[in-house]
Design a protein around this ligand. Sequence first.
Ligand code: ZN
Length: 366
Amino acid sequence: MFMPVGTVASVKGVPQEVLEELGVEILLGNTYHLYLRPGVELIRTLGGLHRFMSWPRAILTDSGGFQVFSLSDLRKVSEEGVTFRSHLDGSSHFFRPESAIQAQIEIGADIIMAFDECTEYPAERERVRGSMELTLRWAERSKMYFEEHKGEVPWRSFRPTQLACPDEASGPTCSEETQALFGIVQGGMDLELRKESAERTRGIGFAGYAIGGLSVGEPRHVTREIVEATVERLPADQPRYLMGVGTPEEIVDYTNLGIDMMDCVLPTRAARHGLLFTSEGKISIKQAQYASDQAPLDPLCGCRVCRRYSRAYLRHLYASNEILAQVLNTIHNLSFYLDTMRAVRHSISLGRGARFLSEVWSRAKP
Ligand SMILES: [Zn+2]
């Protein structure tokens, strides 16, 4: 599955009812952003993120680790945790594994992530090993804290558990219903460290496993090599989540390697810059060649944008800096990604795997 990114409890420009119509089953929220604004205490008292943003389907929150490392100034890492300054107002904050999990419990997503250190690229091997070991110690602390506090998720007191409980004899009782905690594999661009991180993270034991610390500036073939080597060390009967990738071609390719879950800002961020993914390849809608083009953006796309509007109109909206340009472009790009994943799932259900689709993709490209 592909998870659109809703950083601050919003997929920029797209209301929740449209996301539902597009078939979005799960959104990603960023703990770092939600912690700074509006604050986890507020979200908790309002019943958790699902109620706050009126999103009844699934949500995953990241641990805040990646944003701390990529967005904040003056971060200082110690064994205990990381001190960082808010990118909003410069205020100083401290995240430790326990507080990152606590924040995620209060936000109340369905899937939450262990606190990790995203190793910078490039980095010396000893630095990568040290960072990987720190992430493993933080993974243990994340799990320990989660096990002790997983009953505190805000929606447990809001859900009519008696009514929602189908058959207590056949499975876990509703009162045990809580979040799922995933571990994160690190290890930089070092294949041996990645394998070791995967096995030791698995040893700690999580509901699912993520591959973090990729798409941080390394060449694409390196990303793929790391994913391929790591995914085979993770259990195939549990979710395997590749964080922060990629292009439509890449998400098909990674699915083929055994990845189950992906998230990326690419479809939404590119859309806001007029870069659109289509079955005929990428289109930069700002180009003058589309000024009088009456064709739909993608003739093979059935989304509400392609059914109704022409390339000429989309180009005009973009050139006029209209808000609607961002809205329509985002809806199409998300639709294209979700359609791609639907095609992958269909291909897998037919026993053909995602490789079939990869071949179709490469043939369709000019
Ligand atoms: Zn479309």
